[in-house]
Design a protein around this ligand. Structure first.
Ligand code: IFG
Length: 528
């Protein structure tokens, strides 16, 4: 006996082998199971109104209509690709209006680079934005209005019914980042592409790649080839490491750009430099190259601040890395320079600021760079805990006092490499245990005394890879915490509560299952 719901579904569109689908009378359509309750979206849109009864059923014959430039057409093709894969529908992309279509349109009537409007009505879906980027952000919301099985790689049975909604949305912060450490353990292009696809689901718009450290140098610099041939030859634990050729790195930047994600490169200096020092003896003050390092200590390395070759090296590296990264932000690291004297550190940051300027980039660094003489417009990334003895909130205030803007990454809130709890097999715990509630219950504009909304560009979730070997490890540590941090970056702060959020987050579980995401089943979330 078919369940009532199934009968209702079958009743809406009856197809026989080979025949064109025969759509039954309107009332049969109405019988299609209408989604119940409030849509559960992450990030929460700025404005969401449901219109019960106005639900839309995607017909097999539906089209994706796009009105706009080539970039808009690319977004339409991206959406069609996602939907074709799981519905099995042809979903042709066309410029000609059609009934029952999903229409993407550029419109000057929408204000903001990432803003969009999304209206789902019985007669069709309309997504409008000023830019293709806005359309892309809206597509992530549209995906979440479909049942979770829309994210499956294989064809699933319908019906594909969307709730009637009126959404007007735009981000609170412009910087919503995910950081990935590819130095401690190297991750190939396909792993990084997978992470790009996953962070794009939550409207993340920056991927900060930590490309060099004590254990590995991962990006090609033709003028200093041993950085990769020697410095890229190992990793934590002694494995083969690896590095991105210029072609591979260009593919990563292209792929991220197709998801409207800006790649920000980090070459960590003056500390965290053993891989470079091991590759070139002349970079060391004593002219002797240390051995490659495969442990997980920090703070033991430093470039030689008073040697001119250091600055020729950095100029060459900055030129070649900047050429591989269209982003105007260049991250110089600056953290844990425990083997650089305080005076030398200031000298170094000042010279590094000049080199970054020479290559037409804006300097970014971990908040420790506040001890240098920053140029207005520099970006300081606050990473220390926001409380307790390890807190260094005075550096955040020092940075803003020098005209820098902040990206907030407090370790006890956003470090995705922190264990969820003592039983977590992966990760570290120096900043404490960080469960989903800890990563959600904070706000970047009120976290640090003396730091307000106007000082903050946004948020970023770092994922350090001392203990991570592959994409499953990355997914396990990033999910379910990353979406909440992305929401803090995108959604209004008003009314935010973990009790409300946890119910909404639970609805992401079946979507991650459909995508084979290896996520942590946090006991704090009422998974379905
Ligand atoms: N601190 C170090 C990272 C990494 C991290 C692991 C920063 C800015 C601890 N620096 O976080 O290199 O080792 O949680």
């Amino acid at each position: 006996m078919l369940a009532a719901a199934t009968v209702a579904v079958l009743g809406s569109t009856v197809t026989t082998a080979g025949a064109a689908p025969m759509v039954l009378p309107q009332e049969a359509e109405a019988a299609a199971a209408a989604p119940s309750g409030q849509p559960r979206l992450v990030p929460q849109p700025a404005s969401l109104r449901t219109v019960p009864g106005d639900h839309f059923t995607l017909a097999r014959s539906a089209r994706v209509v796009v009105r706009g430039d080539g970039a808009a057409k690319d977004v339409a093709s991206y959406l069609a690709g996602v939907l074709r894969r799981s519905t099995g529908y042809a979903l042709p992309v066309t410029g000609r209006p059609a009934a029952g279509a999903i229409t993407l349109a550029l419109s000057k009537g929408v204000a903001g680079g990432e803003a969009y409007r999304l209206n789902v009505r019985r007669g069709g879906v309309e997504l409008t934005a000023r830019t293709a980027q806005g359309l892309f952000r809206g597509v992530q919301t549209l995906r979440q209005l479909f049942p979770a099985k829309v994210e499956s790689v294989g064809v699933q049975s319908g019906p594909w019914v969307l709730p009637g909604v009126r959404i007007a949305d735009a981000p609170r912060f412009s910087w919503r980042g995910a950081h990935l450490d590819v130095s401690r353990h190297f991750f190939g292009v396909n792993t990084v592409k997978r992470y790009i696809d996953l962070i794009a689901l939550y409207k993340v718009n920056v991927l900060h790649l930590h490309l060099s450290d004590d254990q590995g140098w991962r990006i090609t610099v033709d003028s200093w080839p041993r950085l990769t041939s020697v410095g890229g030859s190992t990793q934590v634990g002694g494995g083969p490491g690896g590095f991105y050729t210029k072609a591979a790195y260009a593919e990563l930047v292209r792929y991220a750009s197709s998801r409207f994600i800006t790649v920000v490169p980090e070459i960590d200096t003056p500390g965290h430099t053993n891989a470079a020092l091991a590759s070139y003896a002349e970079l060391n003050c004593d002219g002797v190259a240390p051995p490659l390092y495969t442990g997980i200590d920090v703070g033991f390395s430093s470039l030689c601040i008073n040697k001119e070759v250091t600055y020729r090296f950095l100029d060459d590296v900055t030129r070649e890395v900047a050429a591989q990264n269209p982003s105007r932000f260049y991250h110089v690291g600056g953290d844990e320079a425990h083997s650089t004297s305080p005076e030398d550190y200031v000298t170094f940051i000042d010279r590094m600021q000049g080199i970054v300027d020479d290559h037409d980039r804006t300097m970014m660094g971990w908040v420790d760079i506040a001890r240098g003489n920053l140029k207005p417009g520099a970006i300081a990334q606050y990473w220390y805990p926001d409380e307790g003895s390890a807190g260094r909130t005075e550096l955040a205030r020092e940075a803003t006092s020098k005209g820098a803007k902040l990206v907030m990454s407090p370790a006890n809130r956003t470090y995705l490499d922190m264990k969820y709890d003592p039983s977590t097999p992966l990760g570290l715990s120096w900043a404490g245990f960080v469960e989903v509630a800890d990563s959600y219950a904070w706000d970047p504009a009120t976290l640090v005394d003396g730091v307000g909304e106007s000082d903050v560009l946004g948020v970023e979730a770092p994922l350090w890879s001392e203990t991570l070997l592959n994409i499953d490890h990355i997914e396990f540590m990033a999910f379910p915490r990353l979406p909440g941090i992305a929401e803090i970056g995108w959604s209004p702060a008003s009314g935010r509560s973990f009790d409300e959020y946890r119910e909404r987050l639970a609805a992401q579980g079946p979507r991650w299952t459909a995508m084979s995401v290896d996520f942590h089943r946090s006991p704090q979330i009422p998974w379905e």
